[in-house]
Design a protein around this ligand. Structure first.
Ligand SMILES: [Zn+2]
Length: 178
């Protein structure tokens, strides 16, 4: 395969890959990398496990668990906002208190942190826009070849333009000196 992804690139794309949000070509590159890289395959397995666990959290709602309280529901509704620092100080303290007193909540919070850490292990920034930018960068890098072909006519145009200018300037000089 001509375009090989590095481990860092694969890890950066992992969240998109797990959620099946990559285009088919990029998905193929990740597939290919995972076939040959046990390290990234491990990251993939863990990500997948945690994602399916988080998706199954909503299935807890059988209310047989004594910790499945109104408070826990409140916690769940605010968890992702809490993780992303989108709550004000009071709300944030409230969520923290629930996490301390309720084992279900604490488990969810730990899972969520593990999840985030795993997905962004090689990178400082976690913002979605940044992730998108990074993916675009990789996509751009991978489609370098088609870009080169597009640049060609541009150079031709520049060449033609330069020639035209030269002829005009030369013609002008010629009228002055001859
Ligand atoms: Zn790898």
């Amino acid at each position: 395969m001509e375009n090989k992804l590095t481990c860092n690139q694969v890890v950066a794309l992992m969240s998109f890959y797990v959620e099946d949000k990559l285009n088919s070509r990029l998905k193929e590159y990740v597939d290919e990398h995972l076939r040959h890289c046990p390290k990234c395959r491990e990251v993939y397995m863990q990500s997948k496990k945690i994602v399916s666990h988080i998706l199954s959290l909503t299935d807890y709602e059988d209310e047989t668990n004594p910790y499945y309280t109104k408070q826990y529901e409140d916690f769940k509704n605010n968890l992702s906002a809490y993780i992303d620092n989108e709550l004000n100080e009071n709300e944030s303290i409230r969520i923290k208190k629930i996490a301390i007193s309720n084992p279900l909540a604490r488990k969810d919070l730990e899972d969520m942190y593990t999840f985030k850490k795993l997905l962004h292990s090689s990178f400082e920034k976690t913002r979605t826009e940044w992730k998108n930018d990074y993916s675009k960068l990789i996509i751009n890098k991978l489609s370098k070849n088609p870009e080169k072909i597009q640049i060609d006519p541009f150079y031709k145009l520049i060449g033609a333009f330069t020639a035209l200018i030269s002829i005009i300037v030369f013609g002008f000089l010629a009228t002055l000196y001859f």
